[in-house]
Design a protein around this ligand. Structure first.
Ligand SMILES: Cc1cc2nc3c(=O)[nH]c(=O)nc-3n(C[C@H](O)[C@H](O)[C@H](O)COP(=O)(O)O)c2cc1C
Length: 410
């Protein structure tokens, strides 16, 4: 199969290759906005590195000729334990989240649409009947309900509330400049880097549209879509949510509800008390509070604590099917992906996202085969090799005791 990867063939063999192509295709500022990470990049690096630390304990005979990769999350069937995580990313591809949603639908998985996305919930629900709408705590309660009801009316089948954003600023390698809107001033400023990426420009130019940096899912009734920065300003000015607010939003929605960004056992218990359907053990792909450990390290303790009460998914650092299998072995029911599909979208639009999903599917199948399991639902910690010191138990009495013991020993 690798022979097919000759120059000019849009098919790629790994997510790493999709990323290389994205780097070549996208203007530098757009590419760096996807690389993201915050501050020193400790967390973004740990997210991928942690998967590399885990090993497998394979069998060699008695393997299963047919494997079942399917599962369900928040009442939705998934053909494999992978979901599209919401990303508020603009200007990657003219079809943006609609292309991602088409790919997700074609491969039988759910689509998470960010409230900061470049395409509207109506456009996305028109091509995927398994769309979850993602909201941050932005605006008044009335405004939140209005946006949520709009998503419901469009056909969203679940709500994701993301709460782990801490407005961290500054990357040691430099944040990319992002224009307020694409106008003449921006064209002059970004002209040189865009000129180096004619294929990207042509993709947009051939649709007759320039990249649109507005947020159509935050449009007030009868108004116009705020710019990305306008919406970000509203967010920064909104009082921070409490656990009562989480329970309130969950109640307003009334249907399947995921809390995304949980890293601690005590917060997982609070999320259960707030009545959530699912938790995503996540650190926002390392874009947030730098120094937060990789979610896969925090997953086992959270799964053990609340896995019998709510569905547990995880995201952050997943680049191959074997990563998905490791996450399931440590207690997740499914995984969410961010950059992996963004690289596919950048490299080859909808077909590129499908390519990424196919890579993940075959990687999951291969690992499940090697581990001698019949179904992804049979995976357990005994399928993986966990090095000493790998797990991080955050937010339990036990973790406090460990810190005290270290302090006392010092
Ligand atoms: C460029 C970028 C934008 C993101 N925007 C959002 C967002 O709008 N809402 C959200 O809940 N998460 C957002 N995330 C986090 C992702 O949903 C997901 O948690 C993360 O990308 C997973 O890590 P991975 O990229 O290593 O797969 C974003 C991530 C990236 C990389």
């Amino acid at each position: 199969m690798a022979l097919l990867g000759f120059a000019g063939n849009p098919w790629f063999e790994t997510v790493a290759e999709a990323q290389r192509r994205a780097r070549k295709r996208l203007p530098r500022s757009v590419y760096m906005a996807l690389v993201a990470g915050s501050e020193r990049g400790i967390t973004v690096d740990d997210n991928t590195a942690a998967y590399g630390e885990l090993g497998f304990a394979p069998h060699v005979a008695g393997l299963h000729g047919e494997r079942d990769l399917s599962t369900t999350i928040m009442g939705q069937p998934l053909s494999m334990p992978v979901m599209i995580s919401p990303t508020g990313v603009q200007a990657v591809h003219p079809e943006g989240e609609v292309a991602v949603a088409r790919a997700a639908a074609a491969r039988g998985i759910t689509m998470g649409l960010s409230s900061f996305a470049s395409k509207s919930i109506e456009e996305v629900c028109a091509v995927s009947n398994q769309t979850f709408f993602q909201m941050y705590w932005v605006g008044t309660r009335d405004v939140l309900v209005q946006r949520m009801e709009r998503a419901r009316a469009a056909g969203a089948v679940g709500l994701i509330m993301t709460l782990d954003w801490s407005f961290s600023q500054g990357r040691d390698w430099g944040s990319p400049p992002i224009p307020e809107k694409v106008d003449l001033k921006a064209a002059v400023k970004f002209g040189p880097e865009v000129a180096l990426r004619p294929k990207w420009l042509w993709d947009f130019a051939s649709t007759g549209k320039l990249p649109d940096l507005s947020t159509p899912n935050l449009t007030p009734p009868g108004g116009t879509a705020p710019t990305f920065f306008g919406a970000y300003g509203e967010w920064m000015g909104t009082p921070l949510p409490t656990w009562e607010d989480v329970a309130w939003l969950r109640e307003q929605w009334g249907g399947p509800f995921m809390l995304k960004g949980v890293m601690r056992v005590d917060d997982a218990h609070r999320a259960v008390d707030a009545g959530v359907t699912a938790i995503s053990v996540s650190n926002h792909g390392g874009n947030n509070l730098d120094g937060t450990p990789a979610p896969i390290r925090a997953l086992p303790a959270i799964a053990e604590a609340v896995g019998h009460e709510v569905e547990i998914v995880t995201d952050g650092g997943i680049r191959r099917g074997s990563d998905v299998v490791k996450a399931l072995s440590l207690g997740a029911k499914a995984t969410m992906i961010g950059r992996a599909y963004l690289w596919g979208l950048s490299a080859n639009g909808q077909a590129g996202v499908e390519n990424v999903l196919d890579i993940l599917r075959s990687g999951i199948d291969s690992a499940v085969l090697g581990l001698g399991q019949r179904s992804v639902r049979d995976l357990s910690p005994s399928d993986v090799v966990i090095p000493p010191g790998f797990p991080r138990v955050l937010g339990t009495k036990n973790s406090v005791r460990v810190v005290e013991a270290v302090r006392d020993a010092g």
